[in-house]
Design a protein around this ligand. Sequence first.
Ligand code: THU
Length: 136
Amino acid sequence: MNDRELIEAAARARKMSYSPYSGFAVGAALLCEDGSVFTGCNIENSAFSPTNCAERTAFFKAVSEGRRDFAKIAVVGGRADLATPEYCCPPCGVCRQVMKEFCKPDFEIIMAKSGDEYKIMTLSELLPASFDKREV
Ligand code: THU
């Protein structure tokens, strides 16, 4: 699967977003090293803190299905009333820490408005000097 296809999968997942409180819809598509793809969307809650981000939805689906090796993730996020986001939405800090648990420093995060407009950063760029108890 190429980057454009992964972004398109994230954009499709974004349509499943349950975000009545923020009005901000996010979709993610996680590519595993075996070629399988797990998608996710943000799922909000009236109590707010139970809200789950799109990226973590994708990771938790994948890990719960036995995957541990990941190649890259595409993220598409923006105002729910806009079909195409206004900017390339980066993952939140909590999601970066979840990525850190399972991914190597060169894991790629594709932040996309569309299949034509996106930027790519590695996990180590987005989460430098990160906590990892295995390094202590
Ligand atoms: N959100 C994500 O799904 N991923 C992120 O990395 C950032 C934030 C969601 C959470 C909430 O439902 C909405 O975007 C607004 O913060």
